[in-house]
Design a protein around this ligand. Structure first.
Ligand SMILES: [Cu+2]
Length: 315
């Protein structure tokens, strides 16, 4: 059109650029999803939380409830040494017990788009490389359809679940990512404080002959023997007690067996060498009679890499 003078062309180019630049900048990598309506967003949920020394671990997804729109993606980030999974079960399917021998629990399954009906699994989310599991650092799933979708951590079962609430595309978000981050920090601090109180309360019950094999209350887990060092005399016993609600542990002296779920040795007469409780589920105990003087160290085969180790000094 000849009425477009050469003077007006740069103005038109500038106007087009003004339209194009925001489009190019939008997309899933914006810093604060929820702040505007720029199209599909990516939301971050933390899997677990821990004290700096890894002694206290959370059984929580932070935030537990995330509100997204159809087409958005949720990325779960490993946030603790303790392993967790993000697992969506088919409707009506029972939550299975954690089985580290089951590859459908250990490895990612189901692709990157949630269909609302199939089994989806993140694999093992942990932020360390020495957990003994094949680990992933994050897991992303896109939600194309509206609905409320609850997921579980297979390691911690019914104690640890979260929900992705998916609204129709274009629905205003109730929270921004910054809101979630703030809520999550407060919730995480509360869980760690809860863990400290649980640790103190458990220590008040322990003595030289009664060692608590960690502690957990369904929200916080203490990944320490309480107390980690005890002194007894030859011929005396120590009873190891798992009084928790969710976390399994072991008491393992000597060489860690390949299958630490199975007991090894005779706890009625232990004079050193190899002795393993097998998997100690919540509510179980393991009593060891020490028949020789010495210093006997042991580990939790599941949590030694977090510092869950102990010593019995027999004099
Ligand atoms: Cu343990």
């Amino acid at each position: 059109m000849n009425h477009l003078s050469s003077r007006k062309v740069p103005v038109l180019v500038a106007a087009l650029l003004a339209l194009l630049v925001p489009l190019a900048l939008s997309g899933p990598a914006v810093a604060d999803p929820g702040a505007g309506g720029q199209g599909p967003q990516t939301w971050t949920v933390l899997a677990g939380n821990e004290s700096p020394d890894q002694a206290i671990q959370s059984m929580a997804f932070l935030p537990t409830d995330v509100y997204v729109d159809a087409g958005d993606t949720v990325t779960w980030q490993a946030n603790s040494a303790e392993p967790h999974t993000v697992t969506f079960l088919p409707p009506g399917a029972p939550l299975m017990a954690f089985n580290p021998g089951d590859p459908t629990q250990l490895f990612p399954i189901g692709g990157s788009t949630y269909d609302g009906a199939s089994y989806y699994n993140s694999g093992i989310l942990t932020n360390v490389s020495d957990s003994g599991f094949p680990a992933v650092a994050s897991y992303s799933l896109q939600f194309p359809t509206a609905g409320d979708f609850t997921y579980y951590c297979l390691v911690h079962g019914a104690m640890m679940k979260g929900t992705v609430h998916v609204a129709a595309a274009g629905t205003p978000y109730p929270y921004t990512q910054n809101d979630y981050n703030r809520q999550s920090r407060q919730q995480a601090q509360g869980i760690l404080l809860d863990g400290r109180m649980l640790w103190n309360a458990t220590a008040a019950q322990a003595d030289s002959h009664h060692v608590y094999v960690g502690a957990d209350d369904g929200v916080a887990m203490v990944m320490r023997y309480i107390q980690p060092t005890v002194r007894i005399h030859v011929g005396e016993t120590v009873t190891f007690i798992n009084s928790g609600m969710a976390a399994p542990h072991t008491v393992t002296f000597g060489t860690e067996p390949v299958n630490f779920y199975a007991p090894v040795g005779d706890p009625a007469a232990f004079a050193g060498g190899d002795l393993n409780s097998g998997l100690m589920l919540p509510g179980s105990t393991f009593t060891v009679t020490f028949t020789r003087a010495g210093t006997f160290s042991y580990i939790c085969a599941l949590h030694d890499y977090m510092g869950m180790v102990g010593t019995v000094v027999v004099g």
